[in-house]
Design a protein around this ligand. Structure first.
Ligand code: SF4
Ligand code: SF4
Length: 302
């Protein structure tokens, strides 16, 4: 198949980002991820299929409006004591409630699109990329968990002379990452913990493939600009020993940078919209510890 016709599922295209790669960038958020990190700030990205969500703060109330329950053909939305009640088991993701809702309280995360449509959208901001050194960033979810779609997008971006970056969890076959690196100008790669048991418990997956993949990149793409990131999560990896062990694993090269990210819970409301529990309730970042940690990382010389 022609790369431009390749289809896949994304849930957002965010323009004018300055935090996810060099310069001003457009971020394409892919749907679906092999990990289930407890702190995930994009829970709407985790499933590979579109997902219906309900934001009660935007709802006009069933008593005043009630269009969604009337539109639902399966009885998944019913009104009990004036409140919308949702039965996920009955939902077929038909979208009738979303189309009927006047306030945006009912919504869908995720839609099918093509590489051609995405690249067209990304190219609208060409002039900003040229001036700032920015371009396209693939994010998610995990873009490379839809390998045909993501690789086709990277190839097509290169054909259109766009700068490319990816934010990745690294959990997929090495051949996929190897091929992606041929079309990437920057790799942003998360290493969360070197402790496999803890990694399994907090992300739902082993870290073996992830660590194997990053070593492969260090070895086979020695000049690729890489940013390794570790989200520092209370009760998971928030010790100097854990973070410095990760830092020591990373070669000291001018093209490889390392960053420890402060835990935040900005994605927490979305768990409610999706009807899922937030498993890190009560967790709080330790700002003083993060300051000390960053000073140690800045001073690290191997
Ligand atoms: S997506 Fe369709 S089946 Fe699901 S709640 Fe909405 S109207 Fe009902
Ligand atoms: S259609 Fe939208 S605003 Fe109306 S009751 Fe349903 S969720 Fe609320």
């Amino acid at each position: 198949m022609q790369d431009s016709k390749q289809k896949g599922i994304i849930f957002n295209i965010q323009k004018f980002s300055v935090h996810d790669g060099a310069g001003i960038r457009t971020i394409v958020f892919f749907k679906g991820c092999p990990l289930r990190c407890r702190w995930c700030s994009n829970p709407e990205s985790q499933l590979f299929t579109p997902e219906r969500a309900f934001n009660p703060t935007r709802c006009l109330t069933a008593a005043v409006c009630g269009r969604c329950s009337r539109a639902c053909p399966t009885g998944a939305i019913t009104v009990v004591d004036g409140m919308n009640c949702y039965n996920r088991a009955l939902c077929t993701s038909c979208g009738a409630c979303v189309n009927a809702c006047p306030s945006g309280a009912q919504s869908f995360y995720g839609y099918e699109t093509t590489v051609e449509e995405v690249i067209k959208k990304v190219e609208e901001d060409d002039v900003f990329y040229t001036r700032s050194g920015g371009g396209l960033t693939l994010s998610g979810g995990e873009a490379l968990a839809q390998p045909e779609f993501a690789l086709a997008m990277l190839r097509e971006a290169k054909y259109h002379r766009l700068s490319t970056a990816i934010e990745t969890c690294g959990c997929y076959p090495t051949e996929v990452l190897d091929e992606a690196c041929h079309y990437l100008d920057q790799l942003i790669f998360d290493v969360k913990s070197l402790d496999d048991e803890k990694h399994k418990k907090f992300t739902g997956s082993s870290n073996k493939q992830i660590l194997q993949n990053i070593q492969h990149v260090f070895e086979h793409f020695p000049s690729l600009p890489i940013l390794i990131r570790t989200p520092v999560i209370p009760g998971f990896n928030d010790t100097e020993e854990e973070i410095m062990a990760i830092r020591r694993m990373i070669p000291l090269r001018p093209n490889i940078k390392y960053e420890a990210l402060t835990y935040h819970r900005m994605g927490q409301p979305k768990y409610g919209y999706l009807g899922r529990p937030y498993l890190l309730e009560g967790a709080k970042a330790d700002e003083a510890f993060m300051k000390e940690l960053r000073a140690k990382l800045d001073a690290y010389q191997g």
